[in-house]
Design a protein around this ligand. Structure first.
Ligand code: ZN
Ligand code: ZN
Length: 361
């Protein structure tokens, strides 16, 4: 029997979100229904609402979630009813050309539920990132459920489902930060601070946080920053060189998505260093760099999607590190809120007042 539950929907571009009835079908083959316990508010949810992702309104928002598997469809063997899971948007196919090359973290054909969740009148919903978890329950592909230790509270665990994983992975997976490395992170919101945490976990020696907001730089110190640079007051590139014996950093991580900060990251790295872009640009932006510098500096210019994570490998490991007190996930949770406070949380996020508001159910 399909169930009717409450969820947060963006009906039209730019309009405030509403809490409304959502119809959840029973799970079909390869699908699971998950009872959501917590879901973080991410910039991507706001981008959907603003029409910045695509025009497939109405959207069922929310995608940084943890919960319990309520039911599974035919043929599901990797998760079972009652499992405590983090939802992911990288349920790998195992068969595409990237999976076949042994690189499932770049899977080009990830799975989502095939059935649609709908409004009460039957209108099909587009779930954000194939998840839709500002909702009491949601329907996903079973591969989108990653089982983790239930000792981790849901408001903390769910954050690994998107932004925090993107940041940690930008440092650990894409940037391949290693013991003794020097690292700079541009932009100290949720993703940037997670990149600082990732650099710290990987054993970086010098970790420089760059932002234009002193409050955010203060927060950055709780996530592993050994130095902070306010780039509205000083030249960020020069400041980073000064902190690294005049050389620049081994890995420069751009977590803003602006050409100016990307250029700073480009020039702030040492010879043969790596630039990682994890901030999301808009389609109009262009970067102009001297071609000879791209060649002459060597190294690597990389992009990081979802922190190049493999959920089955990374989520349980990071939850274990959190439970051992080695990963500050709790610090990302600025507040817990109800379903009907998502619109207000968008404003707080937009104004930079919070790292993460987390809906608890
Ligand atoms: Zn694949
Ligand atoms: Zn997100």
């Amino acid at each position: 029997m399909p169930q009717t539950v409450k969820g947060v929907v963006a009906m039209a571009k730019g309009e405030p979100v509403t809490v409304t009835d959502i119809v959840i079908p029973d799970p079909g083959p390869g699908e699971a229904v998950v009872a959501i316990q917590a879901c973080g508010v991410c910039h991507t949810d706001l981008h959907y609402r603003e029409g910045g992702i695509n025009d497939e309104f109405p959207f069922l928002l929310g995608h940084e979630a943890a919960g319990t598997v309520e039911s599974v469809g035919e043929g599901v063997t990797d998760v079972a009813v009652g499992d405590y899971v983090i939802l992911n948007w990288r349920a790998v196919c195992g068969q595409c050309r990237s999976c076949a090359k042994g690189k499932p973290q770049y899977c080009f054909a990830t799975h989502n539920a095939t059935q649609k969740m709908t409004l009460a009148d039957g209108t099909e919903l587009s779930p954000a990132l194939g998840i839709g978890a500002f909702c009491e329950k949601t329907l996903v592909a079973a591969g989108q459920c990653t089982k983790v230790d239930e000792a981790a509270p849901p408001e903390v665990a769910g954050l690994l489902g998107c932004g925090v994983m993107a940041g940690i992975g930008a440092a650990m997976n894409t940037g391949n930060v290693g013991r003794g490395d020097t690292v700079a992170v541009f932009g100290c919101g949720g993703v940037g601070n997670a990149a600082l945490e990732g650099a710290r976990l990987a054993g970086a020696r010098t970790i420089i946080a760059v932002d234009i907001d002193d409050q955010k730089l203060e927060w950055a110190k709780d996530f592993g920053a050994t130095h902070t640079v306010n780039s509205s007051q000083v030249d960020a590139v020069e400041a980073i060189r000064e902190l690294t014996d005049g050389n620049g950093v081994d890995v420069a991580i751009e977590a803003v998505g602006l050409p100016q900060t990307y250029e700073q990251a480009f020039y702030a790295r040492d010879l043969a260093g790596t630039v990682v872009l994890v901030g999301v640009p808009n389609p109009e932006m262009k970067v102009e760099l001297p071609f000879i510098e791209i060649f002459g500096r060597g190294g690597a210019l990389k992009s990081s999607w979802y922190g190049d994570c493999l959920p089955s490998r990374d989520f349980p490991m990071l939850i274990d590190l959190y439970l051992q007190g080695r990963l500050n996930l709790g610090g990302f949770v600025s507040e817990t809120i109800d379903l009907d406070a998502v619109e207000e949380a968008f404003h707080k996020m937009h104004n930079g007042e919070v790292l993460r508001s987390v809906v608890t159910l």
